[in-house]
Write a new protein. Sequence first.
Lengths: 526, 202
Amino acid sequence: MTRQIVDAATLERPLKLEADAVVVGTGAGGAVAAEILAQAGLRVVMLEEGGYQTARDFTLRELDANTELYYDSGSRTTRDGAITILQGRTVGGSTTVNWTSSFRAPDETLSHWRSAHGVEGLGSADLAPWWRRLEQRLNVAPWAVPPNPNNAALARGCARLGYAHAVIPRNVRGCRNLGYCGMGCPVNAKRGMLVTTVPGALDAGAVLVTHARADRVLLRGDKAVGVEALALDARSVHPTGHTITVAARFVVAAGGAINTPGLLLRSQLPDPHQRLGKRTFIHPVNLSTAILPETVDGFSGAPQSVYSDQFLWRDGVTGRVGYKLEAAPLYPMLTLSLMGRMGRELLQRFGGRYRNGQVLIALLRDGFHEQSQGGQVLLRGDGSAVLDYPLTDYLWEGLFDAYLHMAEVQFAAGATEVLPFHLDAKPYGSLAEAKAGIAALPAKPVRGAIFTAHLMGGCGMGNDPKTSVITGAGRHHQLEGLAVIDGSMFPTSLGVNPQMTIYGIASRNATQLARDLGGKVKEAAA
Amino acid sequence: MNATGGWRDVTAPAAQPQRPWPHSTRRQLLQVGFLGSLALSSAGFLAALMGRAQAQAALAFFRPEDEPLARGVIRSLLAGILPADPGAGARAAEAALRTSDRYFSALSPAVQAEARQALDLLNLAPVRWLGGVWSPWEAATVGQINGFLERLRTSRFTTARQLYLLLAGVATVGWYGQPASWPGIGYPGPPVVERPQGENPL
């Protein structure tokens, strides 16, 4: 069957389509759901805000990748500009540009969802069969190649300090160890949605509409009956004036934890308990740069292959915020524009030693404590969604603890200098100096350079409609005909990179949905 | 399969509520972006003052009135980083401006609007004076502009630091986003690899 892909940027008149299910978004949640529904014999339309770019199109140049594959050129931010959000906007969503880390959700997190949020049937044992199948399909395995020097430094530092560390499982097959995962895999080694479930859905008859920004869910009474989308220009920036209307028996919202709540808010769906868009989590990330005596070339080789969970549960599940340590690639524009934030002197100094640079990141596990209620998705005057995310004292405590431990690991790995990414930091020549310096840094927004690449929550699941937006099966509490199948389902963050958890829950929920819609679900997928 | 009957009602405009904004009071709608009300309140005033040029802009994001500031920040923040030869340095600065323009013009419309409000604010003479720059941006020295940038960067006001991040981004994205900057930092550029042919594999 010829794959049906419509580029809405080229539309010269409104487009009207009919389907059993319309799926908004082609990332980790949407593409998995679309394939399962289409393979069950249901008519599926996928709407994607980005373009259909494949291995042939990925130039591996940061400027091209940022402007073509990411939201807001890779610099989407929270409302006050304090946190930079790396989010894919292309077919395959963030799975096309992620760094391939593939972890199952921790038992601690899933148990907490049951005890604190009333989420039943989502224990590790319940998800295990779904994960096993996906891990096989996506070729997930601990990275068998020696880590690049950037990741090796994390392993070496942890080993010398007696800190736990391990090899990261990656979803790659025939990986050439190039290191450019963040700009789209040029050899189709990354087993993201772009090369797995999206073509799977297309081959099962699904229609993909690109450059289509879902504007609102169409309603009839208390039922969702389709989606209206705006056709965008070829850069996914400005609407062309044409609309795409998909009439469907069922709507699957899967645009990620900012865009899904945004779509639902714009559509004025019932929200009697004012839960929509609340408790949005991001794994706030801070960074620490080191200068190593040897050449690191942090842009080359698998970007993430070593992690440390030494501090992830440092004070129990619901105590002080814990964090996961990983490495981050040193792509030049990203790294040096970050350095530029710290002033021209440091930009010049570190630009001259770029190849010796080493970067660690700490991902904070938000949402497990009463002082970590996450952010809230709001609508701007033009209807676009924006995340308001306050950094509380509770989170700052974790960020400062992480600055300290990243510096400790980097010095243990042989660093001659360590520079926490904070507007007021200086390069420190010893751990003692770093301890004193970090303790004196002010905890203020737009001073620390804080990032996220993980969007979760905002349409949290739970049994009680007073505290959640959707059921554990992903269905909207009040509205018929609508499911949320993406990271916005999560009642807290995860404590690990989220793609595997989204795949697992999406597979389970979409399989049930396919049955409910009268589809023929193969036994293998049951 | 069509369990719910015909579709025509669904797509008929009358059957649907009007777009909820900007009239809705049911949801909290943001009227101001991350650059705050200060930028917003000055924007209209400034636009009126400058008689917003109707001229065809050569750039997609930066307006003609933004160019002196953008060029000033590029030549100042990147002084000592851009090529020392005056001709080569000027060409590099120009290329950085074009690169930055491509980056900013790919932002979503609301974010572009916020960034333009910030540039409007920075184009107000009193704002420049507060930062110790007395001459217009095109006549300001590298030292003056870098002094201005440092004041923004180290300010206790969040808005000032937000303005710094914007301006630093104009220079650093513009320069490090293009191959001309790569030899200076020892970055060899992306590897050349043979691409797969045919349709995407399953």
